[in-house]
Design a protein around this ligand. Structure first.
Ligand SMILES: Nc1ncnc2c1ncn2[C@@H]1O[C@H](COP(=O)(O)OP(=O)(O)OP(=O)(O)O)[C@@H](O)[C@H]1O
Length: 218
């Protein structure tokens, strides 16, 4: 499903921030992505989301070599991936509800087919009374929950989440983890970048460890 072989990444003329990264994530797998600040976790997620290109090596997503596919095909492949960015990237000209509905709208689903699901999910993540406001008025934790709802609503084949519980209290972090586990149970491959040791203790899963640009799965 996701296969990286001897991948190297550098920004501009800087040093390689990821070196010789090789791993394979199977369909339906669940991994935490862990490493010190600046180790390269977000960069690795962006490579898997195909928004960054490696300087060397090969990345295959859904069986395709991502550096060889046309931009239009890459955009189609991205629709199979749910992503939670560290900076949320909610669209401020839409309501929270519309943001969460967007992934379903872009794949041509009818509003009548998803109206209830979007509302139910927003209630589940504790945003039942914030659905029709603009994301700009939300707190950091509320934005994070909206971004998570948007990433999971379409039951993507792959979910990539960058510190998805960084702005919420431990109880909400557990609730959100349950959402990721449930999605994984339905077949989604999940990768969650986190510093949260408590979260990693609550759910035993292999870790993709990033240390000084090197990656290993433990
Ligand atoms: N756009 C960029 N241009 C130049 N260097 C970058 C860029 N983005 C990241 N880096 C560098 O790449 C390295 C890895 O950064 P990355 O954000 O992937 O780490 P991280 O493990 O996600 O860190 P954190 O846990 O603090 O979010 C860092 O040294 C960072 O300074």
């Amino acid at each position: 499903m996701i296969r990286l072989t001897n991948v190297g990444l550098k920004y501009d003329r800087g040093p390689e921030v990821l070196q010789d990264v090789t791993f394979h994530l199977r369909p339906g797998s669940f991994h935490f992505l862990h490493g010190e600040s600046g180790a390269g976790k977000s960069s690795l997620l962006r490579l898997m989301f195909m928004s960054l290109h490696p300087n060397r090596g090969e990345i295959r997503m859904f069986g395709e070599d991502v550096t060889k596919v046309r931009p239009q095909k890459r955009a189609q492949m991205r629709r199979r991936i749910g992503i939670v960015f560290q900076d949320f990237r909610l669209l401020d000209h839409l309501t929270v509800w519309e943001n969460v509905a967007l992934p379903l709208q872009v794949v041509g689903k009818k509003p009548s087919d998803y109206r209830e699901d979007v509302t139910d999910l927003l209630q589940w993540v504790g945003l039942g009374d914030r659905m029709y406001v603009n994301p700009s008025v939300l707190s950091g934790g509320e934005k994070q929950r909206a971004a998570i709802a948007r990433a999971v609503i379409g039951k993507p084949e792959v979910l990539l989440a960058d510190e998805p519980t960084g702005n919420v209290d431990p109880q909400m972090a557990r609730r959100l983890l349950r959402l990721f586990v449930e999605l994984n149970r339905l077949g989604t491959s999940v990768v969650i970048a986190t510093h949260d040791h408590q979260l990693m203790r609550q759910f035993k899963a292999p870790r993709i460890e990033v240390h000084k640009g090197h990656v290993r799965i433990i």
